[in-house]
Design a binder for this molecule. Structure first.
Ligand SMILES: [Mg+2]
Length: 371
């Protein structure tokens, strides 16, 4: 498995609707930005990170892949997981300018492509290579019904449709209006419509400050909120710990954290209950495994954020014993050789060898942008 070449790519794939917004972001396309690694024996591995399809910043990622990481990889043995991860992540010049942001999500793409190669070489889907599935079925929760840009009547309609047509029993609603009373009204409307047995999580995408969150939670506690995700600024450990102490609603976070050490800080402070690592923002699958095991040793569930729309995390969540469920957002799946699939509110278990990242030729032709 000597590495022959490392080639970057950028795809901008349209969403399943014109645009969506949460409290912080508005997007029309999802960026699939990463690397195709080819070995001397002709295997090809795909790895990528997820972006807002903003070409200038996507090119910073592909430049890091092509100019910084590729020369460190060509000629290496793709089997060497931890050694190669350390060679890239601890390269003195790169860690000087990186350890988070561009260099880290570029590392994620590389590390994922290397795991894809190893699983393909073994002839196994990634979950099997990692140690096998720890659950018969993996429940999905639906985020796509709950964007902040969806008006209240359509929010209720979409929630009911997801339950009745697709079998979902778990929903997530975006919150984060300037006036949180609007958010309370939206949660109340959905709760009234779906009844008490459907779980409703909420997600503020880092929007509010501590007193706003505390006032909001005092009212939201009566609505049986399953978790409150990213209530405040992503890196603020102390404020999340204070909120966790002051409300009965569990705190969820992690999608914006770049390193295992960042997760350790939140876990040690008692600032997180549902741990939400994202393999496309951490330094890939190698670092994700470390975070998942740490959370598990603290009896905390691991419910990944799907920056890759579930293609890789479906493998990781079927495998890891701390993962009871996985987020579902139905974008970009048509780009892949084995797209994620939902059956009666549960993820189908992938069967093809690899990490679920192999792009189709049609997707590459339709959505590629120049690196
Ligand atoms: Mg979120």
């Amino acid at each position: 498995m000597r590495i022959r070449s490392v080639e970057p790519f950028i795809l901008h794939a349209p969403l399943n609707t014109d645009s969506i917004s949460d409290s912080t972001h508005t997007i029309t396309h999802w960026g699939v930005v990463g690397a195709r690694i080819v070995t001397e024996d002709g295997l090809e591995g795909f790895g990528f990170t997820g972006t807002h399809a903003h070409l200038p910043s996507d090119r910073l990622v592909t430049s890091c892949i092509a100019d910084c990481y590729a020369p460190l990889l060509v000629g290496e043995d793709a089997h060497d997981g931890d050694r190669l991860w350390l060679k890239l992540a601890r390269n003195p010049a790169l860690q000087w300018v990186g350890r988070a942001g561009i260099t880290q999500i570029a590392l994620a793409a590389i590390d994922i492509a290397l795991w894809d190669l190893r699983a393909k070489k073994a002839g196994l889907p990634l979950w099997k290579l990692l140690g096998g599935a720890t659950k018969e079925r993996l429940e999905a929760y639906n985020t796509d019904i709950g964007w902040l840009s969806i008006p209240r009547d359509r929010l209720v309609e979409g929630s009911l449709r997801a339950i009745e047509q697709d079998g979902f029993r778990r929903l997530k609603l975006k919150v984060g209006h300037e006036d949180p009373t609007a958010d309370i009204g939206r949660i109340e409307a959905v709760r009234r419509a779906v009844g008490p047995s459907v779980t409703i999580a909420i997600d503020a995408n880092g929007k509010w400050d501590l007193p706003t969150c505390q006032r909001f939670c005092a009212r939201a506690e009566a609505l049986d909120v399953f978790w409150f995700e990213e209530p405040m600024w992503y890196d603020d450990v102390a404020s999340h710990a204070a909120l966790a102490r002051s409300t009965s609603i569990p705190v969820a976070l992690g999608e914006q954290l770049y390193t295992a050490e960042a997760f350790d800080a939140f876990i040690q402070a008692g600032a997180v209950h549902y741990v939400q690592p994202d393999v496309t923002r951490l330094g890939g699958i190698t670092e994700y495994i470390q975070v998942a095991h740490t959370a598990h040793s603290h009896r905390l569930p691991v419910v990944p954020h799907v920056g890759e729309m579930g293609q890789i995390h479906v493998h990781l969540a079927y495998w890891h014993p701390a993962s009871p469920m996985l987020e579902y957002i139905p974008w970009i799946k048509d780009c892949f050789a084995e797209p994620i699939r939902i059956e009666a509110g549960h993820y189908a278990r992938p069967q093809m060898p690899g990490a679920g990242t192999t792009l189709t030729k049609a997707a590459i032709e339709a959505h590629s942008k120049p690196c």
